[in-house]
Design a protein around this ligand. Structure first.
Ligand code: ADP
Ligand code: MG
Length: 327
């Protein structure tokens, strides 16, 4: 049983960045207004995620670390999105390959609770002092699966990957404050900017992509047959030598999708040389039935029912905005 659990766990948690993604998404789902992440030794030594969300009582905290345990409804909008993660698998999977400690206190409760799991061995739930919300600590990631350890890159690379994951989540949730620290120093800070209105979103993007993006981006807002594309796209004069600064979201979830990247390239091809790439953050919202379910959840890919429609929307929305900006 345990061996099988560990193999399955390796699919959910491939590296510190994937653990950070699962833990932070849980904090988002818990209604947190601030989420603080600490990574030591690139996450191999410690991944700590603290939030001020709804918290868990003794029963909930005990269940949370079990396999297939989820308190969340199978909201089709979410289930259909590939990057959601594995339902009810994240905490159990992390507990199978690391030392996991969860401390939590529900809003309004006068005591907190803690549970620990080490390489799949669960220790009983105990009362614990905690100010409210949830703090999750993952120590010695993959100590129980030495083969996995071999795939870890340098601490600096793992830290950067996790930071990238956190930045994408911060773009999708401008109303939540985020920090990332290496234990000594806060290396990323995204203060809250309020609601999802255009300006708030641009402020959050500027906090991540820089003031220059703020001054060189045009707003995108287009709709076609129930699909909506919003966000901000950089002017051709503000291009980069690589395509790493293209942030794409489907129904609020960060995705890395070839179709979307291709559509962006198509839209800018008359404006940019082949080796230049725009900086942008685009948010595509589609009805749940428009996305295929059978995509591996650890891969941030999506499969659309009508790829041509998505491509058409992106290309025309970007071209229209670029022409409007005098390009
Ligand atoms: P899932 O998110 O798919 O439900 P997880 O293994 O990620 O599965 O989490 C299991 C459960 O633990 C969640 O459904 C939720 O009830 C609880 N949980 C996890 N993290 C938090 C958190 N930060 N705050 C409150 N509850 C949490
Ligand atoms: Mg989860």
């Amino acid at each position: 049983e345990r061996t099988i659990n560990r193999i399955a766990a390796g699919e959910v948690v491939e590296r510190p960045a994937s653990a950070v993604k699962e833990l932070v998404e849980n904090s988002v789902d818990a209604g947190a207004t601030r989420i603080d992440v600490v990574l030591k030794d690139g996450g191999r030594g410690l991944i700590q995620v603290s939030d001020d969300g709804c918290g868990m009582d003794a029963d909930e905290i005990s269940l949370a670390v079990e396999r297939h345990a989820t308190s969340k409804l199978k909201d089709e909008d979410l289930v259909n999105i590939a990057s959601l993660g594995f339902r009810g698998e994240a905490l159990a999977s992390i507990g199978a390959v690391a030392r996991l400690a969860v401390v939590s206190r529900p809003k309004g409760a006068d005591e907190g609770w803690a549970v620990r799991v080490e390489a799949g061995h669960k220790h009983g739930v105990e009362p614990a002092a905690h100010s409210g919300g949830t703090r999750i600590e993952v120590r010695d990631l993959f100590y129980a699966t030495p083969a996995r350890l071999k795939f870890m890159k340098t601490a600096r690379t793992e830290y950067a990957q996790a930071g990238d994951v956190l930045k994408r989540l911060a773009m999708a949730h401008p109303n939540i404050a985020f920090t990332l620290s290496d234990g000594d120093r806060t290396t990323f800070r995204a203060p809250p900017v309020g609601d999802l209105a255009g300006d708030a979103r641009l402020e959050r993007l500027a906090a991540i992509l820089g003031r220059e993006f703020h001054d060189n981006a045009i707003e995108i807002d287009a709709e076609r047959e129930g699909l909506r594309l919003t966000g901000f796209a950089g002017l051709p004069t503000y291009s980069r030598g690589n395509a790493q600064h293209q942030y794409l979201f489907v129904n609020g979830r960060p995705v890395k999708d070839r179709l979307l990247v291709g559509a962006v390239r198509g839209a800018y091809q008359d404006y940019l040389a082949r080796d230049r790439h725009p900086v942008l953050a685009l948010f595509l919202d589609v009805p749940s039935e428009f996305v295929d379910v059978n995509v591996h959840p650890a891969k941030a890919e999506v499969r659309f029912k009508d790829a041509g429609l998505v491509r058409g929307l992106i290309v025309s929305a970007l071209r229209h905005a670029l022409m409007g900006a005098g390009h």
